[in-house]
Structures are given as structure tokens and as C-alpha cells.
Design a protein around this ligand. Sequence first.
Ligand SMILES: NC(=O)c1ccc[n+]([C@@H]2O[C@H](COP(=O)([O-])OP(=O)(O)OC[C@H]3O[C@@H](n4cnc5c(N)ncnc54)[C@H](OP(=O)(O)O)[C@@H]3O)[C@@H](O)[C@H]2O)c1
Length: 255
Amino acid sequence: MPDKRFEDRVVLVTGGGTGIGQSIALAFAREGALVVVAGRRTQELKQTVVLAREEGGRADACTVDVTDEEQVAGLMGTILDRYGALHVACNNAGVPGSGRMLHEFGAEDWRRVTDTNLQGVWLSMRHQIPVMLKQGSGAVVNVASIAGIVGYLNAAPYTAAKHGVVGLTRTAAIDYGPAGIRVNAVCPGPVLTPMLEQARRDRGPSADEFYLRNIPLGRLARPEEVASAVLWLSSDSASYVTGQALAVDGGWTAQ
Ligand SMILES: NC(=O)c1ccc[n+]([C@@H]2O[C@H](COP(=O)([O-])OP(=O)(O)OC[C@H]3O[C@@H](n4cnc5c(N)ncnc54)[C@H](OP(=O)(O)O)[C@@H]3O)[C@@H](O)[C@H]2O)c1
């Protein structure tokens, strides 16, 4: 039997329909949380809900585009109407953006990547934190990337956005620590998900050589390995941890 560290906790996972977000959502559900998964595609969200329920967990789906403030506000309203609280928010929604040099990305690429990966996280926190302030507690975990800690080859807008997420995380930890709200980030290296498949296509045949050359553990991550770090940061076991950007990267950023 898994631990039930999140029994009766209301947890929001953006981008919870696929990849790392789905794994995070299922891990929370296994540990007793009521998980709300949010993203743009209904079918993917429903699939996560079905998987969580099959394992005896509680889950719900809400569609949202995190780049649209009205929708983000609406999502928080729905969660409060249905469940009356938000104990943990995992801001995981993101889009890929790699495979070219800085000067080869256009303004549209820049907007697409930063709107979701940076502004989307800011908008999400902007509407989650007031709820946590009223409660007097809460935990936020943002999914950044190793590209939020170090430079990342041929991924300028993505790297800028993820560095921004780490900056937002640290600042929010300072702003809201006195109110009992902890804010941390996880920074995964390459993880086996649909996004990595896209990145592999964008980078071409040398992609795997690039990844593996940089990973001391010598393999790509499984989504569950990121989920376990998110759950720890969200849990009472991390009660004195805030403002951190925790690399889950097989050693990539140790070099
Ligand atoms: N895979 C990796 O190697 C890796 C490494 C480091 C960090 N990360 C980060 O991990 C997070 C999850 O990525 P993943 O690898 O699991 O890829 P993924 O399977 O493509 O998941 C991304 C999720 O974000 C959602 N999303 C995208 N744009 C959105 C928007 N505007 N509004 C709401 N939801 C949106 C997508 O759902 P919809 O399309 O249905 O909205 C999707 O479920 C991302 O932040 C990514 O940058 C991934």
C-alpha cells in the first residue's frame, strides 16, 4: 500500500493529461489526494481521470488554456465551487521549443513558448496564491527544466522561459513564505514523454547522442521519477524547503 500523504488534499496539476503531468496526477491520486487535472485537450484529461479511478483514486478534469487569464481564473473558481480549497498546485503545463539557434527562432516561436511556459506559470500562481493566502497554507511546485538552471543547446526561448520560472519560484517563495506558502520548482532533464519525442524530431538524428553524452546516469528519466520529487516537495516531509529548484536530471547539471 502506498503512503497516503495527501489524504483529502485538493491538488491541481496543469498539463495533467499526458506525460509528466499525468504521472504526477496519478501519484497524487494513489496517495489519497483529490486531483484536478487541467489542460486544453479533454480526451487526454479524461484518460488520466479514468486511470486514477481505476486505481481507486479520486480525480476530476477541467479544460483550461493557461495562457488565457480568464480561463485560469475560471478554473480556480470551479475548483473552489466544487472542492472549497486548493492545498497543492503543480504548474506543469508546457510546450517544447528546440532544435534551432537563437537567431533562427522567430517572434512567433518566442511568444508561443514564453506565453505558455513562463506567463502561464505566472498567471496560474497569480490565481492560486490568493486562495492559499486565505487558507494560510499551501504548496506550489512549478515544473521548470534543467534549461532553467543552465544554458541548453538550441533552445533559446525555452531556456529563457524556464529560467524565468525558476526566478518566479524563488521570488514567490520569499513573498509568501511568511504566509505559510511554500513554492519550489523541479528541473527535469530529458524525460520519456510526448514532448521529448517532439524535441527528438526537432533536433534530428543526433538528439539521443546529445542527451546521453550529458547524463552521468546514462539514461533518460521516466515520468514517475519526476513525480516522486514533486510529491516530496509538496508533502509535509519538505515543510522547511522553499524557493528551491530541484534538479531531477541524472546528474546533467552536476557537471
Ligand atoms: N519531457 C522532458 O524531457 C522535459 C524535461 C524538462 C522539463 N519538462 C517540462 O515538463 C512539463 C511537462 O512536459 P511533458 O514532457 O510531460 O510533455 P507533454 O506530455 O507534452 O505535456 C505537456 C502538457 O502541457 C499541456 N499544455 C500545453 N500547453 C498548454 C496550455 N496553453 N494550457 C494548458 N495546458 C497546456 C498539454 O496538454 P494540452 O495540449 O491538452 O493543453 C500537455 O498535457 C513541461 O513544462 C515541460 O517543459 C519536460
